[in-house]
Design a protein around this ligand. Structure first.
Ligand code: FES
Ligand code: FES
Length: 218
């Protein structure tokens, strides 16, 4: 059977024939071309902005720009509204000090200070952290100029694998900002939301007490 006949048979069954469809499409393309030309002429004086590529549109869809005050600096990131503060820090702002271990609020490795209070950053949305003062372990000191707590952790060998360490340092810092003369019990309580799988607790507690002593100038 010839293609034309085949097309006609399809058409007589109530379907649009391929030939008719292609003809219609050709007409449509021609019309679109004319319209496009007309539009271009009409807007010559005000050129339209470059159209975003399909992938760029896909990427931007549903994202929001968050503005965060981190370690004294204003930072922005384009994230999905469901993005946690932890993922924003690590994946968008290159601040990888806070560690992602359980990602469900049970280990404390992701602890940061939010308005000077220790918070699990994996349990907070980045959009909710806007307008707050965020301090990560990077904001406490640098390898060249460590904070008293960081220094004490090194001096007291308070880490093994180190995954829990940023969280403990931040929790101890939060305690010492409020209480320069903590008891061992105070330190244990302040660290109760942090887990160390390597079991370095005794050294961590010693380090916190030593840092407090140093901060008191005793
Ligand atoms: S990674 Fe946030 S509590 Fe474990
Ligand atoms: S030093 Fe390894 S988990 Fe604490």
């Amino acid at each position: 059977m010839s293609e034309e006949k085949n097309d006609r048979l399809e058409s007589s069954n109530g379907d649009v024939s391929r030939r008719q469809f292609l003809k219609g499409l050709g007409g449509g393309i021609a019309v679109t071309g004319v319209l496009a030309t007309a539009t271009e002429t009409e807007t010559e004086a005000h050129p339209a902005p470059e159209p975003a590529s399909a992938s760029a549109v896909q990427r931007l869809r549903g994202k929001v720009r968050v503005r965060l005050n981190i370690n004294g600096q204003e930072m922005t990131a384009l994230v999905e509204p469901r993005t946690t503060l932890l993922n924003t820090l690590r994946d968008h702002l290159d601040l990888t000090g806070a560690k992602k271990v359980c990602d469900r609020g049970s280990c404390g490795c992701c602890t940061v200070l939010v308005n000077d209070k220790p918070v699990y950053s994996c349990m907070m949305l980045a959009v909710d952290a806007q307008g707050k003062k965020i301090t990560t372990v990077e904001g406490l000191g640098t390898p060249e100029k460590m904070s008293p707590v960081q220094e004490a952790f090194v001096e007291h060998d308070a880490l093994m694998c180190g995954f829990c360490t940023p969280g403990f340092v931040v929790s101890c810092t939060a305690l010492l900002q409020k209480n320069r003369n903590p008891s061992l019990e105070d330190v244990k309580k302040a660290c109760s939301g942090n887990v160390c799988r390597c079991g370095t607790y005794p050294h961590i507690f010693e380090a916190a007490l030593a840092a407090a002593k140093k901060m008191r100038g005793a």
